[in-house]
Design a protein around this ligand. Sequence first.
Ligand SMILES: C[S@@+](CC[C@H](N)C(=O)[O-])C[C@H]1O[C@@H](n2cnc3c(N)ncnc32)[C@H](O)[C@@H]1O
Ligand code: SF4
Length: 398
Amino acid sequence: MPHADTIEHGLASAAPEAAPPFGVYIHWPFCLSKCPYCDFNSHVRHARIDEERFVRAFAAEIAATASRIGHRVVSTMFFGGGTPSLMAPTTVGAILDAVARHWTIAPDAEVTLEANPTSVEATRFRGYRTAGVNRVSLGVQALDDAALKGLGRLHSVREALDAVAIARAVFDRYSFDLIYARPEQTLAAWRAELAQAIDEAAEHLSLYQLTIEAETPFAALHAAGKLKVPDHEHARALYDVTQEICAAHGLPAYEVSNHARPRAECRHNLVYWRGDEYAGIGPGAHGRLDIDGARHAVATEKRPESWLMRVEARGHGITIDDVLTRGERADEFLLMGLRLAEGIAPERYAALAGRPLDPARIAMLRQHGLIEIDPGGRLRVTAEGFPVLDAIVADLAA
Ligand SMILES: C[S@@+](CC[C@H](N)C(=O)[O-])C[C@H]1O[C@@H](n2cnc3c(N)ncnc32)[C@H](O)[C@@H]1O
Ligand code: SF4
């Protein structure tokens, strides 16, 4: 019998009178080593991290945000990084307590923690669950030891699968990430790897195509011709196989890189993609806050130690606080919403922008089979359109 929580976590379960979604993102900016492909705000420190000091700063920033926006019902929380699974469970618990002091955490709130799948980190999973985490997202990245080595990962396939098994035993919900379109990856090898991943997955998988990010070691190797990534055609074939295999196994894409069984989508990420409100807490965190009817785009100082000092001096680490214009807000809604298979409600775009989307552009994109209007009137990108999503958004937003 499904657990009651699993039912309540479903997408369609929100009662009509439920509070609007509100997410809290907490950024833990440290990693044991820096992966050569990664440009996230993550840092390696050899000295011990003073977690108590960070907890005090997180609590201060949560208090400062609450004093700006007032009361909220928190529907989702996400501990991301960096490597949040390096935090002691008591640190995670203390941050959750700080959130609960200022806002109401919904009884069915989804609380996700991103974890690296090493054996040491898996030993903390029970502690996280006791602290209030109910979902983990594991960075498995590859089910091939040579590929893991090439990606600079610190874990083996065996270790990652053991961590997945522990996650399965401890949490009602778990997901893991794989990176594909890796150097030398053949279609046949990816098919086999994906089939194995689906056997290990429960309800959710994140499958990212390797991107070469500026100023990473991979970017330097790529520029020097020492790292060959799949060409456009091969990458497209890998993408197509991904869609086909996942859909055939009941894990269709609900977003460009995210696959889930129906009602098992990551509710926190849906907050971003549906244009709902969220607070970003910690170094380099982004937030979208509604204050006096205006949408604020907020971001904090990225460098962990500078962020700490800023928070200790002023109570928050905010370095950017822009009020979005109607046009900016509508464009952001389009950019995020069209990533989702469910698409967007054109009337919401019109309400935000103060004008509807251009009917001539819609007609042209429909004619090319890149977008469609579903029976409920929602505008969605088609399977043909997803590989050229950026161009579609640029065209509609223009
Ligand atoms: C915040 S990151 C990492 C979380 C965790 N520290 C880990 O490494 O397992 C979230 C995910 O983004 C993906 N990612 C990071 N850099 C990428 C890149 N250059 N190309 C594709 N995927 C990437 C990885 O799959 C990673 O698990
Ligand atoms: S991929 Fe994960 S572990 Fe590697 S540097 Fe980025 S955040 Fe850290």
